[in-house]
Design a binder for this molecule. Structure first.
Ligand code: NAD
Length: 287
């Protein structure tokens, strides 16, 4: 039997509908949540990501700003821009579009975003809160995955979840969120020997390696829930995930498509985090 699709776009629409009430309540207090994106250089991919985020802001009724800097800008210039945004009253959330050019110290840049405006959840404060099991502003992609699992009614507690990928942006926070909900979690990486041995044990499998069609049908357990975070463009231009959809969907109980799965949820969670940050600004939520 074919797996049921996680419809990320539909779940994102429901998320926006729920957020509308919170945005309205803030509006009554004279606050319009504002998100600023800092974009370096003219990478078409980064421009598309930022454009999608700006569109989502506009559609949700948020204020948005894009600060564009040259790809060869100095670290000081970038830090000054972030400092201005940290102090701006119109801005409640700041994102620095990744990847950054290699001459910049990405760690220093990301940690310069004010903790209470860190809507990507990359600051050590917010990551530390996640480690401790008290999530504040949580990285958007893993947060979106948790909402997709909950929306489908998938039990997390007591299940074996396998996360393929250990990046600070996706894999590690994903594992922490699953641990906080009582899953037994295995985290794989590029050095993992015999990946299929681990993926085949997963009740819940999250693929976030950035390797096209890495996970194939014989690597997954029958009835598993599969979430494909990967976005890979093949040489012929087609967009595929880290999961070989055709061979996996007949074994899985649930599967997320690429595109249309995790992607829309990531953007929705960015808007949600910005609303949370704005609520925090008026003392309505704790970060
Ligand atoms: P990354 O390159 O920072 O990390 C990839 C991780 O995968 C690393 O930890 C690496 O060790 C691991 N890995 C690589 N090859 C592996 C293999 N053969 N077996 C096991 N592990 C392996 O990437 P990232 O930023 O975490 O993103 C991962 C993927 O998710 C990319 O395709 C990215 O485009 C996509 N992504 C999608 C969204 C979304 O909204 N859908 C958001 C963020 C990232």
């Amino acid at each position: 039997m074919a797996a049921i699709l996680f419809d990320g776009a539909a779940i994102a629409r429901q998320t926006y509908a729920r957020l509308a009430e919170r945005i309205h309540a803030l509006g009554q207090r004279g606050i319009q949540p504002g998100l600023a994106a800092v974009l370096l250089g003219d990478s078409p991919v980064s421009q598309i990501y930022v454009r999608n985020k700006v569109r989502a802001c506009v559609a949700a009724g948020l204020h948005s700003e894009v600060r564009k800097l040259d790809a060869d800008c100095s670290e000081d210039a970038l830090l000054t821009t972030i400092d201005q945004l940290n102090r701006s009253k119109r801005i409640h959330g700041i994102i620095v579009q990744l990847p950054l050019p290699s001459h910049l110290d990405a760690k220093r840049i990301l940690q310069s975003v004010a903790v209470e405006k860190d809507v990507d959840g990359f600051s050590w404060h917010n990551l530390g809160a996640l480690v401790e099991g008290h999530p504040t502003l949580v990285p958007c992609t893993p947060l979106g995955v948790m909402i997709m699992l909950d929306h489908a009614g998938i039990t997390i507690e007591g299940r074996h979840a396998v996360v393929v990928g250990r990046s600070n942006i996706v894999g590690k926070p994903m594992a922490l969120l699953l641990i906080a909900r009582g899953a037994t979690v295995t985290v794989c990486n590029s050095k993992t020997q015999d990946l299929g041995k681990y993926t085949a044990m997963a009740d819940i499998l999250i693929a976030a390696a950035g390797k096209p069609r890495l996970v194939t049908g014989e690597m997954v357990k029958t009835g598993a829930a599969i979430i494909d975070v990967g976005i890979n463009r093949l040489p012929e231009g087609k967009l595929v995930g880290d999961v070989d959809f055709e061979s996996v969907e007949s074994r899985a109980s649930w599967i997320s498509p690429v595109p249309g799965g995790v992607g829309p949820m990531t953007v929705a969670m960015l808007i949600a985090n910005t609303v949370t940050a704005a609520e925090h600004h008026v003392g309505q939520s704790r970060i």
